[in-house]
Design a protein around this ligand. Structure first.
Ligand SMILES: *[C@@H]1O[C@H](CO)[C@@H](O)[C@H](O)[C@H]1NC(C)=O
Ligand SMILES: *[C@@H]1O[C@H](CO)[C@@H](O)[C@H](O)[C@H]1NC(C)=O
Length: 835
């Protein structure tokens, strides 16, 4: 392709060439006819034309585009097709927006697959026009008349353009020499018959559907190596490559090409006749399949193929990919890694990375699955007033590591010493402990990954909070406010009485302003979330769940199915088919909206809903570890530490539902089956907000019992109003189950132990708490916490709702921030009580 020579060589099919030539003569013929119309030779020309008619009748679909032709960006515009119709050039609408991407795509298959694009960073508004001009080639004009030359630079005069069957768009001069080719301006994909010269670059898009320049680059460098590297966007600086094919360079005079040949084999070819295969495995048939190699937005470079026929339901599948494991980075010094900062990377079966936020980190941009995670706080190193023990705590996670974020290695250090060292070090964000070594890590953490062979424990520092459901990421504004106060106070102390008086006024005003600010910020946040709920059609969910095939569980409201939906990228979901619910239209909408507005790390997130005729469904994020009942009463047991974290998590979630979300939500059915566990065994409450939808007598809140036997509070059976304290009762029962890893009623255990609530109180009175946890040594050696949890549980199951603490108090007591006083007997009036 060098020097603009359009050689009819290896890259072009013979019939394609013939076609181009005949098209060219056809255009010339038209020109001459105009000039010669009155001349006697007109007959001759007509004859000449008739010979060409079969190919020129479909002027815009046989691959050749005449100068002067144009396309307008609308959703119904017909693109310029290649001769076979395999490829199309034109505008692709971006989602449902009024923005269009000038691009090349596979025309015959249903999945939108774009192989080249011109304006990823600047999609064109509807009504824009692309025109093939003689002097400047392809020119894009937006409705305001703003003009962009796409095929820059074109030297010479353009005679026509061709959309080739290979996926290459070529501009040629009257001598049929190539002036410009899309192949020489590759974006994120290369195709069979395409080569990349030294210096060639592929650049990933930002996300699957956003074609702005992304974070990854493939560079074909002078020594013949293919290198993959992250780029610090929006700049152009490249970090060290995370992949290189490690070819030893030949002599300095050797030049290389990266070749994707017509048999769909990718290799590096040196002019010293040495080839280095990038392709892995056998040659794959090129005839019945489309092939492409794409640098994905997640940094993987994958050779895909797809049957040309659309008869089966087979789509693109990967033949091979590099790197082997993008989550593992061996020689990278800077950059976040495949996932953003403070994230961890897990390789899925397609060899593509999945990025996760380990608790207590949260996603900075909930709409971008690949953004960074933010910590729940950032520790300052100013002299603290309180001891670190009362301020900070750790989340323990196994088998994750951020190998490039160390600042200190201590040895020999066991888990406890490692934790303690991190606790008292204001610069330490995470301690990783394993094999008697202790690595202390600093923020932001990079190159994080999950690896089950690591045998390491990660302790992530978190702030013990008095306001437990503090919004994720909101720590910086409150920190700022604190600083403001400190500043004001110091000015205050150093000035005269009059100035102080004025200052007092200013401070007061300041507080009013800050408070108001907070209010408006909160309101904005909520309306944003509400809009995030997606409305699914029945068909979509039928498809997503593969015809409601895989059942995840049954609850009071209907059956829950597993499914996969496209939301940015495809994600697993749980689809709850509601059955026993109210008919009222508004009720459903109202409740869905209320649920949609909740956002807390200990609640299962509602992603969308379906409200179509009789079909009422809720779509939730999928929780990989199932529900808590499976772990409390089944074979697999959770450790004491995990159980305590789960109990605290549930308390946080309930506290949020009761006190912190804009519409108070009483759960009414707190039980282990409604507590789900995510990948890290974090407790996530489900089924909240649904109680009001149950088809029962709606008029009398106190007569319709909506809970589950064994967990419902006594007031359900009495003529008393149902308040948040009903949930506190159920939580108390659940907490006992969590402590003891057994059901609240178990007739097989022995009469005196059968009813857990009674037995637990007996044990508490008699000081035999160890009996409750049987041989759980971790719990027994953690007496203080065990007793504290037990006392909190007994407070929660008080028969008198007014004696039960609020969830806020419960949380503070569980965390050991507030002292727990001795609880009275849970059921002073009950006659059922034995002894
Ligand atoms: C793509 O992402 C960029 C950066 O976040 C954003 O500015 C742009 O609006 C997005 N484009 C589209 C079409 O959504
Ligand atoms: C493509 O490369 C492979 C491997 O070098 C070779 O076997 C095949 O013949 C080549 N195909 C073409 C059309 O050059």
């Amino acid at each position: 392709m060098k020097g603009g020579q359009y050689i009819f060589g290896s890259l072009v099919d013979l019939d394609e060439i013939l076609c181009s030539i005949s098209k060219y003569f056809m255009i010339l013929a038209f020109v001459r006819i105009k000039v010669n119309l009155a001349m006697p030779s007109v007959l001759h020309h007509l004859l000449f034309l008739m010979i060409l008619v079969p190919s020129s009748a479909v002027a815009q679909t046989n691959g050749t585009i005449a100068v002067g032709a144009s396309l307008t960006a609308t959703d119904s515009a017909t693109p310029w097709l290649s001769l076979s119709g395999d490829f199309a050039f034109g505008f692709q609408q971006l989602g449902k927006s009024d923005l269009f991407l000038l691009s090349i795509w596979y025309h015959k298959i249903p999945e939108q697959t774009i192989t080249w694009y011109a304006n990823g960073d600047n999609p064109a508004p509807g009504g824009s026009k692309v025109e093939l001009t003689a002097d400047r080639g392809l020119v894009l004009t937006d409705p305001q008349g703003e003009l962009t030359v796409i095929s820059d630079p074109v030297v010479g005069s353009v005679a026509y353009g061709t959309m080739m069957d290979t996926g290459n768009f070529v501009l040629a001069n009257p001598a049929s020499e190539s002036l410009w080719e899309s192949y020489n301006h590759a974006t994120d994909t290369i195709l069979p018959s395409q080569t990349l010269e030294v210096g060639g670059v592929l650049s990933s898009r930002l996300t699957e559907t956003n074609f702005s320049r992304g974070r990854f680059q493939l560079n074909f460098v002078a020594n013949g190596n293919v290198e993959l590297a992250t780029v610090n966007v929006p700049g152009v600086y490249k970090n060290e490559p995370y992949y290189s094919n490690g070819m030893k360079a030949g002599s300095d005079s050797t030049t290389y090409q990266l070749v994707f040949n017509r048999s769909s084999y990718i290799y590096i070819s040196g002019n010293n006749n040495q080839n280095f295969a990038l392709s892995q495995g056998e040659l794959s048939s090129g005839l019945d399949f489309y092939h492409r190699a794409t640098l994905n937005f997640d940094g993987t470079f994958i050779h895909y193929r797809r049957p040309k026929t659309t008869l089966g339901n087979e789509s693109w599948s990967a033949l091979w990919s590099i790197p082997d494991n993008i989550c593992v980075r061996s020689f990278v010094s800077a950059g976040s890694g495949a996932c953003g900062y403070n994230r961890i990377c897990r390789l899925n079966i397609d060899h593509r990375p999945e990025c996760e936020c380990p608790r207590p980190f949260t996603l900075r941009d909930p709409n971008d699955d690949y953004s960074s995670c933010v910590p729940d706080f950032i520790q300052s190193c100013q002299n603290g007033q309180e001891p670190a023990e009362s301020l900070y705590d750790f989340y323990a996670v196994t088998n994750i590591d951020w190998p490039t974020s160390d600042y200190e290695l201590l040895q020999p250090y066991d888990d406890d010493k490692c934790k303690a060292s991190c606790l008292h070090d204001c610069m330490c964000a995470v301690a990783i402990s394993g094999g008697n070594r202790c690595w202390k890590k600093k923020l932001p953490l990079s190159n994080g990954r999950v690896d089950n062979t690591l045998n390491k424990k990660a302790f992530i520092k978190t702030k013990k909070s008095n306001s437990p459901s503090q919004n994720p990421g909101s720590s910086s504004p409150s920190r700022k406010n604190q600083d403001t106060v400190i500043l004001l106070v110091s000015v205050f102390l150093g000035s005269s009485a009059f100035i102080n008086f004025v200052l007092l006024g200013v401070i007061f005003l300041g507080f009013v302003l800050i408070y108001n600010n907070k209010l408006t910020r909160n309101r904005k946040g909520e309306s944003g979330l509400e809009r995030n709920l997606r409305c699914f059609t029945y068909r979509e969910l039928l498809h997503a769940t593969n015809g409601f095939k895989e059942e995840l569980g049954r609850g009071s409201f209907g059956i829950v199915y597993k499914g996969v939906v496209e939301m940015g990228s495809s994600s697993l979901v749980a689809v709850k088919k509601l059955e026993r619910i109210q008919d009222g239209d508004n009720e459903f909408k109202t409740e869905v909206n209320v649920i949609g507005q909740t956002h807390h790390k200990n609640l299962v997130r509602l992603l969308g809903f379906c409200d179509e005729g009789a079909h009422r469904m809720l779509v939730y994020e999928f929780m990989s570890n199932g529900n808590l009942a499976g772990f409390l009463f089944g074979e697999l047991k959770l450790s004491w530490e995990q159980r305590s974290q789960i109990a605290i998590g549930i308390a946080r979630g309930l506290f949020y539902l009761h006190d912190e979300c804009s519409n108070q939500i009483i759960h009414c059915d707190v039980k282990p089956q409604n507590i789900l566990l995510d990948d890290y065994y974090n407790a996530r409450i489900s089924d909240f907000g649904l109680a009001k939808l149950l088809r029962m007598d709606q008029s009398e809140t106190h007569t319709a019992i909506r809970g589950t036997k064994g967990y419902v509070a006594p007031e359900w059976f009495r003529n008393m109003p149902i308040t948040v304290k009903a949930d506190v009762y159920s939580f108390g029962v659940l907490l006992l189950e969590i402590i003891c890893s057994r059901r609240n009623v178990d007739m097989e255990i022995g009469e005196d132990k059968a009813i857990l609530t009674y037995w637990a109180y007996d044990c508490y009175l008699e000081g035999t708490t160890d009996a409750l946890v049987e041989d759980d040594m971790d719990a027994i050696s953690d007496q203080k916490k065990l007793r504290r949890f037990l006392m909190v549980a007994i407070w929660c199951i008080q028969e008198d709702p007014y004696l039960r603490p609020t969830m806020k108090k419960v949380l503070l007591m569980l965390e050991g921030i507030v002292e727990v006083t001795a609880p009275p007997s849970p059921s002073p009036f009950s006659t059922i009580r034995r002894n």
